[in-house]
Design a protein around this ligand. Structure first.
Ligand code: PAF
Length: 283
């Protein structure tokens, strides 16, 4: 695996591959890689001849007072893991290579509507930062296909809409969330949890599963299901941010006829903000 830090070097490698007719996959990450990321790389290898992974802790998607400076940076470890799963190229640009202007003057990509809900409501500007950096990475790496985890369901939808609206020539693939044995979704931020918090954390996924059971039993007072779920999460020691049952395709409030739903949840636990989701097919 080669590691590159500049856009010029990345473009050179990718253009050599592309002119040899090879398909290129991109897996954008912020590092501190876990099994979920490695799954994306394995899948990418099955879809393309060459796999590029980017590790870039993107300042544009962090709000003031968030964890940009303390976000775990574990490059040597990450690089070993990526070599072991057969990645071809690791792109680790410094901030100065990605952004040449102060943040307020940087051209940005905004996906309106979707970006204002849920995580976007709690973290204003977050999805503008995500869409902007992902768009830039697509322009830099020119992938045929790019892969993202479904744990960040809303992020995946924002990226899909950006690709559609801006006619970007890249196929977007989402892969199922990888979980610990007790159900906790793998996340680069799980390391923020103390031992005591770690034992509380799986309550979020348990609650999502319980809501699925209730929906499948025919309970369709969604507002009351959401309210009860939040009360149960609080009783478990979590501080819910949002808990929402939505149409899986557009995140709109479901009608009685909607069969394909998603439950999206976020909750604070100590220094961590856990997010998770579950799909519900009512057929
Ligand atoms: O999901 C992430 O790790 C980040 O939001 C992404 C997509 C790499 C953009 O910085």
């Amino acid at each position: 695996m080669i590691t590159l830090e500049t856009v010029a070097d990345l473009r050179l490698s990718v253009s050599t591959w592309r002119s040899a007719g090879q398909r290129v996959a991109l897996v954008p990450t912020m590092g501190n890689l876990h099994e979920g990321h490695l799954d994306l790389v394995r899948k990418a290898k099955s879809l393309a001849d060459r796999v590029v992974i980017s590790i870039f802790v993107n300042p544009l998607q962090f709000g003031e007072g968030e964890d940009f400076s303390s976000y775990p940076r574990t490059l040597i470890n990450d690089s070993d893991k990526l070599s072991s799963v057969g990645a071809d190229l690791l792109f680790t640009p410094p901030v100065s290579e990605m952004y040449h202007r102060p943040q307020p003057l940087q051209t940005k990509v905004e996906v309106p509507g979707l970006s204002d809900l849920f995580c976007g409501a709690s973290r204003p500007g977050h999805f503008v930062g995500v869409a902007t950096v992902v768009c830039k990475l697509f322009n830099m790496a020119q992938p045929d296909v790019a892969l993202f985890g479904e744990k960040d369901y809303q992020q995946l939808m924002v990226i899909r809409q950006m690709v559609e609206d801006l006619s970007l020539p890249v196929e977007i693939i989402g892969l199922p969330t990888v979980r610990e044995v007790d159900g906790l979704a793998r996340s680069s931020r799980n390391g923020y949890l103390t031992d005591a918090e770690r034992s509380i954390a799986p309550a979020l996924y348990r609650q999502l599963q319980q809501s699925v059971v209730e929906l499948k039993k025919g309970k369709y007072d969604l507002a009351s299901l959401e309210r009860q779920a939040k009360i149960r999460l609080e009783a478990e020691g979590l501080r819910p941010d949002y808990y929402a049952i939505r149409n899986a395709d557009d995140l709109a409030e479901p009608t009685q006829d909607d069969r394909s739903l998603v439950i999206l949840a976020a909750a604070y636990l100590g220094k961590a903000r856990l997010i998770d989701n579950i799909r519900v097919d009512l057929e």
